[in-house]
Design a protein around this ligand. Structure first.
Ligand code: G6P
Length: 400
């Protein structure tokens, strides 16, 4: 029945609204202060009967053995206990599409904790792989676990001696089977071609994985307790965004323009890129996402009163992003800020706002992305696009 649209017109809209449930499944049993009632959680791929109850996070592989929780205030990746990644000295992410944007987010979380991490587009990595050693961990971020370029990248890394990990939604997928380890995002089935709930669950899983890797590799001190606490309550915060969103009325004001730009700094950068990807995939309107600091290096030439700019604010780099907002406003572009409801400076500066609850910056990124999913959805719906099956696109690209 999960695969039915229910009261929604499109699977995409249904899947956007399922995010609180998906995220609850993603973090269930993985953060020590969550309800640990022992309830079994759907693995995200019930068709093969697997159950991910926390004990099966990491399947059989080099470090597949289960262990008891021994970090009562931190991350409980039971099959991936502290010490799992002690031998790792560098991380490489390989991914495509929306998963690539989730990987960029994961890279930033690791970098902030002192872990060397790089992110590659799998189509490029498969052709020109980066150097690896046996202490390199290559993480394939792939919802389906079947994307040809990502699989090829993981194989190229493995044959040159790297350790591989699949971060995926599908328990029986090729990536999960072929990699040394697999970690499941537990988002449940996703039917719409445009990835929505799986991005949020990927990001939440990457936040947990980054905590574990950073603890092992960088000896980076204590966990980010605030981030972990807010991951536990993220389902409620996403529900608030869904309940209070004004995306439909905001985008009503900016339809029929030439192009749509999305900007952000730090973790708001992958969110801006993901917002633009979602927008172009389902509306067929031109949209691009940029690192806000890149505006001056080219994109600013395209900015006019007919190019609305969505500016994503997470609570970090606010002044710098605000100065980019003023730059585009000076060229006549209307700015729609996606920002905390308490950030009055940004709210007063922007031409329109989509607000999110006040949150840790890494959590704010997820909340902002939900607003941008709704923006894309409402524009596409108004244009009567085939939202669940956009032309020329496939849910899973199994050819290189
Ligand atoms: C296709 C889909 C995207 C998806 C990408 C990567 O392009 O249309 O929604 O993000 O493949 O898929 P994966 O299953 O590897 O995450």
């Amino acid at each position: 029945e999960d695969a039915e649209k229910g009261r929604y017109d499109h699977y995409m809209r249904k899947e956007i609204s399922e995010q609180p449930t998906a995220l609850a499944q993603t973090v269930e049993g993985r953060i020590d202060d969550t309800d640990d009632s022992g309830r079994q959680i759907d693995s995200g791929n019930d068709s093969d009967g697997n159950v991910a109850d926390g004990s099966g996070d990491i399947n059989a592989g080099s470090n597949g053995a289960n262990s008891e929780k021994n970090n009562p205030e931190g991350v409980s990746l039971e099959a991936c206990p502290p010490g799992t990644f002690t031998d790792v000295s560098a991380i490489q992410f390989v991914a495509c599409g929306t998963s690539y944007h989730a990987a960029l987010y994961g890279q930033q979380l690791l970098a902030r904790r002192g872990v060397a991490a790089q992110t590659f587009r799998a189509g490029e990595y498969a052709m020109a792989p980066a150097p690896v050693d046996d202490d390199t961990l290559v993480i394939g971020v792939t919802q389906s676990g079947e994307t040809a370029d990502t699989l090829e990248s993981l194989r190229r890394a493995a044959e040159r001696g790297a350790r591989t990990l699949a971060l995926t939604n599908v328990v029986g997928s090729t990536a999960a089977r072929e990699c040394d380890d697999a970690m499941f995002i537990r988002a449940g089935p996703e039917i719409g071609v445009a990835a929505t709930k799986t991005f949020s669950s990927q990001v939440a899983t990457l936040a947990l994985l980054a905590e574990r890797i950073a603890g092992d590799v960088a000896d980076a001190g204590g966990e980010d307790d605030q981030l972990l606490a807010e991951l536990s309550t993220l389902p409620d915060a996403v529900q608030r965004v869904l309940d209070e969103t004004r995306a439909m009325e905001v985008v009503d004001r900016y339809r029929g323009m030439d192009s749509y730009f999305f900007i952000g700094r730090g973790v708001a950068h992958p969110v801006a890129c993901e917002g633009a990807l979602k927008f172009k995939e389902i509306t067929y309107e031109h949209a691009e996402g940029f690192a806000a600091g890149q505006l001056k290096h080219g994109p600013l030439a395209l900015v006019t009163p007919n190019t609305p700019v969505f500016a994503v604010f997470t609570g970090r780099h606010t002044e710098k992003t605000l100065s980019n907002v003023r730059e585009v406003q000076a060229r006549g572009a209307p700015v729609i800020a996606v920002v905390s409801e308490t950030n009055h400076e940004v709210i007063d500066t922007a031409d329109a706002t989509l607000t999110i609850p006040d949150a840790h910056p890494d959590i704010a990124a997820v909340l902002a992305n939900v607003q941008l999913q709704l923006v894309a959805y409402h524009v596409a719906d108004h244009l009567d696009r085939p939202i669940d099956k956009p032309r020329n696109l496939a849910k899973s690209v199994t050819v290189e």
